[in-house]
Design a protein around this ligand. Structure first.
Ligand code: MG
Length: 158
């Protein structure tokens, strides 16, 4: 049996916050606003997995009003989502994802993001695709006001 899911996430970019994507601290003069570490890529992947399970989204499982998740590493949230996957006797086949961020360029960080995510998902980094694009100066992302990410995940029964 296969299950497929998609996820997307957007965070506003503000001064005085770290920019964390795929569990990597990105050198940037602005970071993503949010309750946890605001890692839009990991949030999109977690939502894709929860979607494949028909288990709602990360807001249901990790409410932003719960102080337990204040400043939390999103990789920790993702590892908790993986408990649900394993409970269902499923495993991840592959992930494809895209980050849209105007600046800085993310290519130097992509392989570390893939390794971080693959480790949590229990797959080879060759099964985790992370693509990085800009917004071409168009809309809020293109104007550097936000970061957004999309993800798709395929899972299979053990
Ligand atoms: Mg988010």
């Amino acid at each position: 049996m296969f299950r497929i899911g998609t996820g997307s996430d957007t965070h506003r970019l503000v001064e005085g916050r770290p920019l964390v994507l795929g569990g990597v601290n990105i050198v940037s003069d602005r970071g993503a606003d949010g309750h946890s570490d605001a890692d839009a890529l990991v949030h999109a992947i977690a939502d894709a997995i929860l979607g494949a399970l028909c288990e709602g989204d990360i807001g249901v499982h990790f409410p932003d009003k719960d102080p337990q998740w204040s400043g939390a590493s999103s990789l920790e949230l993702l590892s908790r989502v993986m408990w649900l996957v394993r409970e269902r006797s499923l495993h991840v086949v592959n992930v494809d994802s895209t980050i849209v961020l105007e600046t800085p360029r993310l290519r130097p960080y992509v392989d570390t993001m893939r390794a971080n995510i693959a480790e949590i998902l229990g797959v080879d980094p060759g099964c985790v695709s992370v693509k990085a694009k800009t917004g071409e100066g168009v809309d809020a992302v293109g104007q550097g006001l936000a970061v957004t990410a999309q993800a798709a995940v395929l899972m299979e029964s053990n």
